[in-house]
Design a protein around this ligand. Structure first.
Ligand code: CP3
Length: 372
């Protein structure tokens, strides 16, 4: 693979990914994919979880009067919304506009995404008979997803597209609770009360998630992220006994695609190594654990992604700038670093602040790497 040409000036480093000076402009050789593989990069790549969404007026405009689930199944909207933050912020990657519950709806689970609430499931899954309603996902269930990915890859040029899916535990939580949950009590009751049913449920969810990731990877996504947003509610022992193998199974379904796999959860400081060992190429870190601590905990075995506290985007610029510089600095010690937030962009975030953060990350991380 060719090396990077020298990128020194802040203006060049801050240019949109599609126009930055690269030796070979392909997504597979982008800063994001190279960092995810632990290779040298011209600058630290940056993207934001939930970069597409309510923080952008242009998002609110195109979503006007269209339900969330419907908008996820319309290639015209999916492509437009996915591209919006790339155009506006010059981020180093697009994240596919969808939701973790889209594949569940695609296999016939009756659910809705309620504004301000999240996914709500009409009939929670708690018994063997309930599980029988959950069938496997076939590519034929989501031809629109394949089409949207292909359209986006053509549109994005050298900018990589990140595909994603929810991990079995987080999906199970929505299915078992019937919606968002503070304590995940029904989920944990099932996990401990009927471990066999729990394992069968998670095994099926792993196949659904793996299949959803595969559709995105096979149609051209350059990286794939598994979101286990609520895994931080588990002890290490429960993660090992009841969850890890199922996330590993989902990740294994795309292991042959030569696409880096990112594994992220919220409040997972105690689980970082276990999440890496589930089969990730990059471990996502939320803002509760510093990258320095995360690096120590994971023994430098994986590139890291993270980890600016999304609430800091509301702080005065001087305080925010200091923190961004610290994170870039901490990230230099990792085998690779993808700058991101510690969780998703909050809806009231000023989008101009996000753009400034992208410029700052590019500027302070620009490195001189001679072409090989
Ligand atoms: O920009 C991106 O990151 C891509 C799009 C994306 C969405 N959901 C769009 C969305 C991604 C990656 C997700 C994943 C997702 N969905 C997760 C994992 C990531 C995380 O945040 O932990 C989870 C837990 C969900 C479930 C979900 N869907 C929640 C909690 C919500 C928010 C509910 C609300 O209104 O506050 C959703 C809805 C959702 N998914 C929105 C977006 C842009 C908001 C819907 C809207 O704009 O009307």
């Amino acid at each position: 693979m060719g090396g990077w040409v020298t990128v020194t000036t802040p203006s060049a480093a801050a240019a949109p990914a599609t126009t930055s000076a690269t030796a070979s402009a392909s997504p597979a050789d982008s800063a994001l994919v190279r960092a995810a593989r632990g290779l040298d990069v011209p600058h630290t790549p940056v993207w934001f979880m939930r970069q597409a969404g309510r923080s952008l007026p242009e998002y609110r405009a195109v979503r006007e009067g269209v339900g969330m689930l419907e908008s996820c199944r319309r290639p015209d909207l999916v492509t437009e919304i996915t591209l919006q933050p790339v155009r506006r912020h010059g981020v180093d990657a697009a994240i596919f506009f969808s939701d973790i519950v889209v594949p569940l709806a695609a296999v016939g689970i009756d659910l809705d995404i309620v504004p301000g609430v999240g996914p709500v499931v009409a009939d929670p899954v708690r018994t063997r008979a309930d599980l029988d309603r959950l069938r496997d996902l076939a590519p034929e269930d989501v031809p629109d997803i394949a089409e949207s990915v292909r359209l986006l890859v053509a549109e994005l040029g050298p900018t990589p597209l990140i595909g994603f899916a929810g991990a079995p535990f987080t999906l199970a939580s929505y299915l078992v609770e019937g919606g968002p949950s503070k304590n995940h009590e029904h989920t944990k009751a099932l996990m401990h009360g009927d471990p066999q049913l729990w394992h069968d449920l998670c095994a099926r969810l792993a196949r659904i998630s793996g299949a959803f990731l595969r559709v995105q990877g096979e149609n051209g996504a350059s990286a794939l992220q598994l979101f286990d947003s609520w895994a931080g509610f588990l002890s290490r022992a429960d993660y090992v006994r009841h969850v890890q193998e199922h996330s590993a199974a989902a990740l294994a379904m795309v292991a042959d695609l030569d696409v880096p796999r990112i594994h992220f959860g919220v409040g997972t400081g105690e689980l970082l190594t276990l999440m890496g060992e589930a089969g990730a190429d990059v471990v996502g870190v939320d803002y509760r654990v510093s990258l320095t601590d995360a690096l120590e905990r994971t023994g430098g075995r994986w590139p890291l992604q993270g980890n600016l506290d999304p609430a800091l985007l509301f702080a005065p610029w001087e305080a925010l700038e200091r923190r961004v510089r610290e994170i870039v600095e901490e990230g230099r010690a990792a085998p690779g670093h993808v700058f991101n937030l510690g969780h998703g962009v909050l809806p009231d975030t000023d989008p101009d602040v996000l753009t400034r953060v992208v410029e700052l990350v590019h500027e302070v991380s620009a490195r001189q790497v001679s072409a090989r």
